[in-house]
Design a protein around this ligand. Structure first.
Ligand code: NAP
Length: 361
């Protein structure tokens, strides 16, 4: 597989690379040094394009809009607007946020959320920063918990019909929200969501219980964010030696929540598999995500072009069935209620002891 192994995103005609370029690092050069300045961002963008990648993910909130500005500039510099699938997001509030230290009731509530008023405001601002007149894939960045899905679907569907966005999709939402939107859209014969963007990696597999089955049922491709758990799965952090190593250590908004006994044990197994394949742990971790059911594209992030080059090589890596199984078993999450319903034992209890396989399983 290569970045030119294009596939459709969900039930749509949007043709994308198996690795999408995440640009959350672009312009995020504040405390902690976890981002990339303009020159480094340009080098990352060009390396991705040179490798055949066509799918770029940004958001209005990344670096306060600077990421979008850089992406728009690099697309113009490379005259690549027609070739690139450009994705951006609305939803987080740009006027006030605990992340920027400006919380405290001072922000404009209409500068965030999935209400129609904010979606129109946010889209116009993103189009301006990106220097384009349409977005290929417009993401609801986060479920706001307030706006009725019955308002979100027509707002986004009308933007598709107006040509300002080509498709839309949902990130960071309960599975039922995406499924309800897909159902409303198909019943009303209006444009519906074509993808889900969720945290998914060897150390973050919660989404397998509800989101992945809902995505399959609703015709949505799964896109995995933080497939390296913010750098943890590169193997550069060691038990008891995590300071000053990267984004997860030092002053940053991400914290050290990945440093758990369970995750260190998963990393040990990942290291063994990577050694067998003579590759970096990061590449084996990415290859595992890319091979998981339902995953249409995996969003890689990088602070340098050298990091990205290593990550892109994962597209050409294939784990054996035994290696996939070993990693999957080493990282099996505790089965919650939904996952327990899908167990082989329950299936047998229903089908008289037979191991019946459902559609798409
Ligand atoms: N929808 C959402 O809510 C959401 C949330 C998060 C991300 N995203 C999207 O997903 C993209 C990827 O997320 P992510 O950046 O968290 O992905 P990630 O791949 O889990 O982490 C990327 C970070 O890991 C480190 N790294 C990557 N490759 C490396 C290598 N080969 N060697 C050593 N270190 C390496 C770098 O950080 P350091 O060098 O600083 O350690 C890099 O910035 C984002 O850009 C964004 O587009 C979406």
């Amino acid at each position: 597989m290569s970045l030119a192994s294009y596939r459709a995103l969900g039930r749509s005609g949007l043709v994308i690379s198996p690795l999408c370029l995440g640009t959350m690092t672009f312009g995020s050069t504040g405390p902690g040094g976890w981002g990339a300045d303009e020159a480094a961002s340009r080098a990352i963008f060009n390396a991705y394009r040179d490798a055949g990648g066509n799918f770029v993910d940004t958001a209005d909130i990344y670096a306060g809009g600077v990421s979008e500005t850089f992406v728009g500039k690099f697309i113009r510099e490379t005259n690549s607007r027609d070739a690139i699938v450009l994705a951006t997001k609305f939803g987080f509030n740009g006027s006030s946020s605990p992340l920027t230290g400006t919380a405290g009731g001072t922000g404009n509530p209409h500068a965030g959320g999935a209400g129609s008023k904010n979606i129109h405001r946010a889209l116009d601002a993103s189009l301006q920063r990106l220097g384009t007149d349409y977005i290929d894939l417009y993401w609801m960045h986060v479920w706001d918990g307030v706006t009725p899905v019955e308002e979100i679907v027509p707002t986004l569907g009308d933007l598709v019909r107006a040509g300002k966005i080509r498709h839309y999709a949902f990130s960071d939402m309960p599975a039922w929200v995406a499924m309800k939107a897909a159902t409303i859209a198909s019943e009303r014969r209006v444009p519906g969501p074509i993808a889900m963007q969720v945290e998914y990696s060897l150390v973050a597999r919660d989404v397998e219980a509800e989101h992945v089955p809902a995505a399959r049922e609703g015709g949505m491709g799964v896109m995995a964010w933080s497939p390296l758990a913010g750098g943890f799965l590169t193997g550069k952090y060691r038990r008891g030696e995590t300071a000053g190593t990267g984004r997860l250590s030092g002053a940053n908004p991400f914290g050290d929540s990945k440093f758990t006994d369970r995750n260190w044990a998963i990393l040990d197994t990942l290291g063994e598999v990577a050694a067998e394949l003579d590759c970096d742990p990061a590449q084996a971790a990415l290859a595992w995500v890319m091979a998981r059911p339902g995953v249409a594209s995996t969003i890689v992030g990088a602070r340098t072009a050298a990091q990205l080059a290593g990550n892109i090589a994962a597209a050409g890596l294939r784990l054996t069935d035994e290696q996939m199984t070993r990693l999957t078993e080493a990282s099996t999450p505790a089965a919650g209620f939904t996952a327990s319903l899908a167990s082989a034992m329950i299936r047998k209890m229903i089908y008289g002891g037979h191991d019946v396989t459902g559609w798409g399983e």
